[in-house]
Design a binder for this molecule. Structure first.
Ligand SMILES: Nc1ncnc2c1ncn2[C@@H]1O[C@H](COP(=O)(O)OP(=O)(O)OP(=O)(O)O)[C@@H](O)[C@H]1O
Ligand SMILES: [Mg+2]
Length: 483
């Protein structure tokens, strides 16, 4: 025989990452991306703004020089002021200017320009890009922004001069360099801090989940009273804890019911077995005549019948609870079914001085039901009604359609059930007065069986009773096919 390969084997063998780990990774990635995005975009904005301010400065200088050349071509002092003197007074954004005549001979040059940058390189760089600024590096590694432009000097005849201008942008470059250092430092600090903070937040967030898991682990069948204390939990986890506690409530109740049920079974099985044993021992203690033996065997048989009925009922309940149990549905005339039950119980009812009536209704009422089970359910109700009704009482069976359901009612004018016992009458082995019912042979399983039959049919059984006045049990069944 071949063993089926486990399809999920690789996934199962892969080590599982903890939720805290996943959350930490997610927080860190998101945090780092945000820091990266913010600092990088700030850097780009800063660089663009610095470039723009240099361009504006360049354009402004060219404009001033052109104006002087055009309007006051012979005002040497004004030109010298602009080209030679102004930059000497500056500490920031120093600039160097060369003014050349139309033959390329320098007219005025800012002092120190030739020491700062290669003028020939400046001419080469700007030759084909008039009016545009270009970056270049000076002799001392300083950054410059250079441009070259035409200027018309005088009016008639106008002379075409050339202005070469270089602006020292090393301070801006230093600023950007410092910014980049800060950028890497912030990124490094974030990549250490985010995982640490993320881990703390994740641990704090999943602490309630771990507490719930710890409680779940500590719960055993002997320890079902344990509950999760959800104070201080966020609402989602508080509702999870609440749901979990409700599940434990239900489990605890079911466990209690099951253990009560087992104790009841043991008790109910022991009584007839003890009776059989006791009677047999007494009978065998000395020699007896045939009549005495006969009496003992009859009594033993009675107990055996009781035992086998009890076992049969228990087996029925166990099978009814199995999800594999299927109904043998057939078209049943409900009125006729009630008539059959009435006929069956007629004799015992009249023995007890009761009148047993079946209201079969004017209209025939049919539905897809399991006939044998329905007979059993209605019989259980009628036998209860007969058992708990004094002479002169009436037991009535009736059926009617109500919307998409049919309702079968078995009512009596008997002793009734006390209000406090009413909610428990459908429980297994429950008897309002165990001693009295024992005498009449009741085991307390009849109504539990009725309820399971209703559950199998997708319906339910309801009971109402007035103590001292009578009881009415209603079977409410959704109809699959009724005419
Ligand atoms: N019509 C009724 N009138 C008064 N009491 C009732 C009536 N039907 C049920 N009871 C009460 O409910 C209890 C449970 O009923 P149920 O049919 O489950 O068990 P039982 O009749 O005692 O035993 P079983 O039906 O297994 O032989 C009964 O013991 C009885 O006290
Ligand atoms: Mg009964």
């Amino acid at each position: 025989m071949f063993l089926k390969p486990r399809l999920n084997a690789p996934a199962a063998s892969r080590p599982r990452r903890t939720l805290a780990f996943r959350l930490t990774v997610a927080y860190s990635l998101v945090g780092l991306s945000l820091v990266l995005l913010a600092t990088a975009s700030l850097y780009i904005v800063l660089r663009t703004e610095l470039d723009r301010s240099t361009e504006l400065f360049l354009a402004d200088k060219l404009h001033v020089l052109r104006t002087i050349l055009r309007e006051r071509p012979n005002d040497r002092d004004a030109l010298r002021e602009e080209i030679e003197l102004e930059t000497a007074a500056r500490r920031y954004q120093q600039f160097y200017i060369r003014l050349l005549d139309d033959r390329g001979v320098p007219i005025l040059t800012t002092p120190g320009m030739a020491e700062q940058l290669d003028v020939a390189e400046l001419i080469r760089q700007t030759r084909n890009r008039p009016e545009h600024s270009v970056s270049m590096t000076g002799f001392h590694g300083r950054g410059f922004r250079v441009a070259s432009a035409m200027a018309w000097s005088g009016s008639s005849p106008a002379r075409r001069d050339t202005i070469q201008i270089a602006i020292d942008i090393s301070q801006e470059e230093e600023l950007l360099l410092r910014y980049r250092w800060w950028f890497w430092a912030i990124l490094l600090a974030s990549s250490v801090l985010f995982p640490l903070l993320g881990y703390r937040i994740a641990r704090h967030g999943i602490r309630p989940v771990e507490e719930i898991a710890a409680t779940a682990r500590s719960i055993t069948s002997t320890n079902l009273r344990e509950r999760i204390r959800a104070e201080g939990y966020p609402s989602e986890l508080a509702s999870l804890a609440g749901t979990f506690n409700e599940m434990l409530d239900r489990l605890e109740e079911s466990f209690e019911r099951i253990s009560r049920f087992s104790a009841d079974i043991a008790h109910d099985l022991r009584t007839p077995v003890n009776n059989i044993r006791g009677e047999s021992e007494v009978a065998l203690a000395r020699a007896r005549d045939v009549k005495e033996y006969r009496e003992v065997i009859e009594s033993t048989l009675e107990e055996a019948v009781r035992l086998s009925e009890l076992i049969g009922d228990l087996l029925f309940l166990a099978r009814a609870e199995s999800p594999l149990t299927e109904l043998r549905r057939e078209r049943v005339n409900v009125g006729k079914l009630l008539g059959a039950v009435r006929d069956y119980y007629e004799a015992s009812a009249s023995d007890g001085g009761l009148s047993l009536l079946a209201d079969e209704g004017a209209e025939p009422l049919t539905a897809e039901l399991d006939r044998a089970l329905m007979l059993r359910a209605v019989s259980n109700l009628v036998s209860n009604a007969i058992a708990h009704s004094p002479t002169g009482a009436t037991v009535t069976l009736a059926a009617r359609a109500e919307g998409a359901a049919i309702r079968i009612e078995v009512s009596d004018t008997g002793v009734g059930i006390p209000a406090e016992a009413l909610p428990r009458v459908f429980d297994r082995f429950f008897r309002v007065d165990p001693s009295r019912s024992k005498a009449s042979g009741g085991t307390g399983l009849g109504l539990a069986i009725v309820q399971s039959i209703m559950t199998l049919h997708g319906g339910r059984a309801e009971i109402s009773s007035q103590f001292g006045h009578g009881t009415c049990v209603t079977l409410c069944i959704p109809v699959l096919a009724a005419s």
